[in-house]
Ligand binder design. Structure first.
Ligand code: ATP
Length: 304
């Protein structure tokens, strides 16, 4: 009987491992809103990235033809600069990022990277050139080293550690009894949201893409964490063309360009100071958020 038990037990373990891996993959695809209908053109060429200029040209898009989402969006992100997109929930911020990664094709206009319409290039080359730091990072139920190395298959331990240092997570990892060999648990449940995001940042730094999409977490953060995110964003976006989907306005003070979206249209654009002094929608959002922060600080003082 024992001869039968060992292989059966092994099969059970294998089954659970495969199921977990499939669940992770499924969740990743859901998160990334993969649309399997997008396919390579028969004459698709690899994307050639020189500086990484991104241009949205009169872009119109609807998930459902009855309900237009983006309308006439014009946006140019110069090579190596950071553009932050802000706006109310549902304004279309994440949709811009999904179109750039080509989960969907635009219905009107065009989206170009260094002058190439992204519909004319291979999806593989496009996705290799873009790194995403998502809001809610999916980690594999494997070691921290594996999760970081996922950004660059075959990465060496010293490359992994250098990326972790840059993402400010190396000291934390070293403080764990098993260091880089710590298994993160199903979906990374053993790590906090901030730690998971830093693992995702390390993964992206290792991938070293010329273009970056940074999807900031929506959850309320204390001001120290906000400052840490701003610093990480600065480190990771240096020399890359970066699109930030921003929820906390204090993290984008230094962005080269801020775009304010409302109901699928760009209603304002400029640098932080320009928008605050313009006294429009952005200035109102800023007044609201900084008021909330002062209230939070007062509440913290009262508790302390
Ligand atoms: P948030 O700040 O809440 O993340 P957002 O500005 O990023 O919002 P989007 O996710 O771009 O907003 O969504 C824009 C609109 O498109 C919303 O009204 C949303 O309901 C709709 N939408 C998003 N994804 C889909 C989808 N897969 N199918 C149909 N409609 C969708």
């Amino acid at each position: 009987l024992i001869q039968l038990f060992i292989p059966l037990n092994f099969l059970g373990v294998l089954y659970r491992e495969i199921k977990q891996a499939l669940a992770d993959l499924e969740r990743m695809f859901n998160l990334l809103h993969v649309n399997r209908e997008v396919s390579d053109a028969p004459d698709a060429r690899p994307l050639q990235v020189s500086g990484g200029e991104i241009v949205f040209e009169q872009v119109g898009f609807a998930y459902d033809p009855e309900r237009p989402i983006l309308q006439g969006v014009d946006l140019r992100i110069a090579p190596g600069t950071t553009c932050a997109v802000v706006g109310a929930s549902g304004a279309g911020k994440s949709t811009l990022a999904r179109l750039l990664f080509r989960f969907y094709d635009v219905n009107q206009g065009a989206l170009r990277i260094d002058g190439q319409d992204i519909r004319s290039v291979t999806q593989e080359s496009l996705r290799k050139s873009i790194g995403i730091v998502p809001q809610d990072t999916v980690l594999f139920n494997d070691t921290i080293a594996y999760n970081i190395a996922y950004g660059k298959p075959g990465a060496t331990q010293s490359e992994i550690e250098a990326a972790a240092v840059a993402a400010q997570i190396h000291d934390f990892i070293q403080s764990l009894p098993q260091g880089y060999d710590t298994v993160v648990g199903e979906r990374g449940l053993k790590l906090s949201g901030g730690e998971k995001q830093r693992v995702a940042i390390a993964r992206t730094l290792l991938k070293n893409p010329p273009i970056l999409i940074f999807d900031e977490a929506t959850s309320a953060l204390d001001s120290r964490t906000e400052q840490a995110i701003a610093a990480q964003l600065k480190a990771i976006s240096a020399d890359r063309t970066t699109l930030v989907i921003a929820h906390r306005l204090s993290t984008i003070v230094d962005a080269d360009q801020i775009v304010v979206m409302e109901a699928g249209r760009v209603i304002e654009r400029g640098r932080f100071d320009e928008l605050v002094s313009a006294g429009g929608a952005f200035a109102r959002m800023w007044a609201l958020q900084s008021g909330e922060e002062q209230d939070d600080a007062r509440a913290e003082e009262l508790v302390a």
